[in-house]
Design a protein around this ligand. Structure first.
Ligand SMILES: [Zn+2]
Length: 379
């Protein structure tokens, strides 16, 4: 999930939000201040409803952030890097670099999120209960009760044993522990994701069609997302299985041809294009990669503007480059490959470019390794 804008860093991890978070934020704010609060606590001013709704929505997102930050902190403690945290349409994601190294690490990293949501839910629930006992019956009680309920719901939903939910990772940790086979564990969790996704779609559509709630459509949408994510996790697990033991240096093209970002697109087309057999060109400044130009990006420049457009202007920028080290397992790199560079990664040692990995390098490695498996097992 790509962040549309950055909020800053928490515990060293970049935190961003995707624009789609505004949709869910607006839905929550509107749902609370136009429906729930006026129905439960009538005869307040519009401003009071709006403020109460806004407070609840903001604190809800802070709770979501705390959930993701807890995943990030525990992942770091267990030796994993964290790419970033992004809030979006279906909540939050903490993007980890690589995979947990043991079922125990998986359990800790995945378990902490729902636990934090549970604690937040109990905290606000307890405040609501104290307020009610003290005879406070206003909007404040409404906000606290809603925050308590929604965080408990978040904890319960996330613990459902189906990928890509936290509960799916807990299921994976359990199957992994029991069988010693991580790939099989991922496949089990992914299949459970399919089942839950289908169930949510079925239940959501039934609710919607029987007229009991537009919220049914939302459930169906979440189910659709779960199926897509579970499918991708299963595919990644199978590719990862084929690539186990292979390092970035084993598949990369060493010392690729490079260019300066000041070169114009016309220079590139005239002098490089036909002599060059690759479809991506790293841009270098003092030996350090500062960008990456792909043929698709060059092709997008109208021929009349090629003489005045520099390669730097059409390149994937330094911030968006995917960097890898030669010793890194290839399976750690795969989840990081981004759209910006068309799935390519630059391999660096001490900041200096030493190679490039392209999608065809990776598919070749997958083919070779499945051939190797067939040869050794006689399948
Ligand atoms: Zn989580």
């Amino acid at each position: 999930m790509r962040a549309s804008f950055r909020l800053g860093r928490i515990v060293g991890v970049p935190v961003g939000v995707n624009w789609s978070v505004l949709v869910i934020f607006a839905l929550i704010w509107w749902g609370l201040s136009a429906n729930l609060f006026p129905e439960s606590y009538p005869d307040r001013s519009v401003i009071a409803y709006l403020l109460a709704g806004l407070t609840a929505a903001v604190v809800f997102f802070l709770g979501l952030l705390a959930h993701e930050v807890s995943h990030a902190v525990v992942a770091k403690r267990n030796g994993l890097g964290v790419q970033g945290i992004t809030l979006w349409l279906f909540g939050g994601v903490a993007e980890l670099r690589g995979e947990a190294r043991s079922p125990g690490a998986e359990l800790r990293i995945s378990g902490i999120g729902p636990l934090v949501s549970l604690i937040i839910g109990v905290f606000f629930g307890a405040i609501a209960m104290l307020l009610a006992l003290a005879g406070v019956q206003g909007l404040l009680l409404g906000v606290m009760a809603w925050l308590g309920g929604i965080n408990l719901l978040l904890a319960v939903f996330n613990i459902l044993p189906a990928a890509p939910l936290d509960g799916g990772r807990l299921l994976r940790a359990a199957v992994w522990k029991a069988t010693g086979d991580r790939t099989r564990a991922t496949v089990v969790a992914a299949r459970a994701g399919w089942v839950l996704g289908l169930a949510l779609i079925g239940f959501g559509l039934w609710r919607f069609l029987s007229g009991t709630g537009v919220g049914g459509l939302w459930l169906a949408l979440i189910g659709w997302f779960l199926i897509g994510a579970a499918t991708m996790e299963e595919r990644q697990a199978r590719v990862g299985d084929a690539l186990r033991g292979i390092r970035v240096a084993d598949v990369m093209t060493p010392q690729p041809q490079t260019a300066s970002g000041e070169l114009t697109v016309a220079d590139f087309v005239d002098n490089y294009l036909f002599a060059y057999r690759h479809t991506a060109l790293p841009l270098i400044e003092d030996g350090r990669p500062v960008g990456l130009v792909t043929l698709d990006r060059v092709r997008g420049v109208p021929s009349g503007e090629r003489g005045s457009t520099t390669l730097a202007a059409v390149a994937c920028r330094a911030d968006d480059l995917v960097l890898a080290s030669p010793d890194e397992p290839l399976t750690d790199l795969l989840p990081r490959l981004s759209d910006c560079a068309d799935g390519r990664a630059l391999v660096v040692t001490d900041g200096r470019l030493v190679g490039i990995v392209s999608p065809s390098d990776i598919s070749r490695a997958v083919q070779r390794s499945s051939m190797r498996d067939q040869l050794t097992t006689g399948r």
